[in-house]
Design a protein around this ligand. Structure first.
Ligand code: AMP
Length: 286
């Protein structure tokens, strides 16, 4: 496995793969790797010839009062994990390699970026779309892999790729969860023992919503029930919960076809996000 630190070297490696006819899979991450990230790598290994993993904690997607400084960084451990999983290249540039002091470019996916999480994290998705496009241009992959855990991010990236005619196939992967259902996240390390225990209510509430939608079509009623379950513990507060369309993320008032329940929960000081598909017409075996 190669560790590459510069854009120039990364571009050379990628063009060598391409010129020998190999398909490139790209997995962008901010590191602190867990099984969720590794599931993206596994999928890339299945359908491509070379897998490039990027590890870059992107300052431009963090707000002024967010956790950029304390975001977990474990490069050595990540490199071991990546190697064990068969990654071909880890691209881990420094901040200076990626951004000049007067960096001006911003990709803004208009209202898609402003709703849901965007409403509470202004500028976050502009930062995400910008770094993803930049990394696409540097790694030049055929496929790129994203987790459904960040559902809004998946929608934004797919739309960006479509509208800007980027020749990369976006592959989305279901969320990997802990035994009690909590979606794996690099931020879960911030949780205290009590908070971690309480956080399992998030998935319980989502599963309950899947059950409820069989008999109740009102989003308002479903969402009230979700909040009631999550806020049954003093450790968790729902920041927002929304039922929205899969592709445009617009609010759904009455659930009569497949859509997505998306939420953010403050568990102590830690912000956790999750989502689940709601399909009123499918009898799920819950
Ligand atoms: P991050 O390092 O948090 O920016 O995540 C990098 C990629 O891993 C994104 O595409 C995430 O959606 C994905 N990811 C994060 N957590 C999970 C999870 N629990 N299951 C599947 N994919 C995940």
């Amino acid at each position: 496995m190669k560790l590459i630190r510069t854009i120039k070297e990364m571009k050379i490696a990628s063009s060598e793969y391409r010129s020998s006819g190999e398909k490139i899979g790209f997995v962008p991450t901010m590191g602190a790797l867990h099984e969720g990230h590794l599931s993206l790598i596994d999928r890339s290994k299945e359908i491509t010839d070379k897998t490039i993993l990027s590890i870059f904690v992107n300052p431009k997607q963090f707000g002024a009062n967010e956790d950029f400084k304390k975001y977990p960084r474990y490069l050595e451990k990540d490199l071991e994990c990546a190697k064990g999983r068969g990654v071909d290249v880890v691209f881990s540039p420094t901040e200076d390699e990626i951004y000049t002091n007067d960096f001006k470019a911003r990709i803004k996916m208009s209202d898609l970026s402003d709703r849901l999480c965007g409403n509470f994290r202004p500028g976050h998705f502009d930062g995400v779309a910008t770094i993803v496009l930049k990394l696409f241009n540097i790694t030049n992959p055929d496929f790129a892999f994203f987790g459904e855990k960040d559902f809004q991010q998946c929608v934004i990236i797919k739309r960006m790729v479509k509208e800007l005619n980027i020749d990369i196939e976006i592959v989305t992967i279901p969320s990997i969860r802990a035994c009690d259902g909590l979606a794996l996240s690099s931020r879960n390390v911030y949780l205290s023992v009590e908070e971690r225990k309480a956080a399992s209510l998030i998935y319980q509430s989502l599963k309950e919503a899947q059950r409820l939608v069989m008999v109740e079509r009102s989003s308002e009623v479903i969402l009230k029930n979700v909040s009631k379950i999550i806020e049954s513990t003093p450790f968790c507060n729902v920041q927002y919960a929304s039922i929205c369309t899969n592709d445009t993320l617009e609010n759904v008032v009455v659930v009569n076809k497949k859509c997505r329940l998306i939420l953010a929960v403050m568990c102590g000081k830690t912000r956790l996000i999750d989502n689940i598909e709601l399909d009123p017409n499918e009898k799920t075996d819950l």
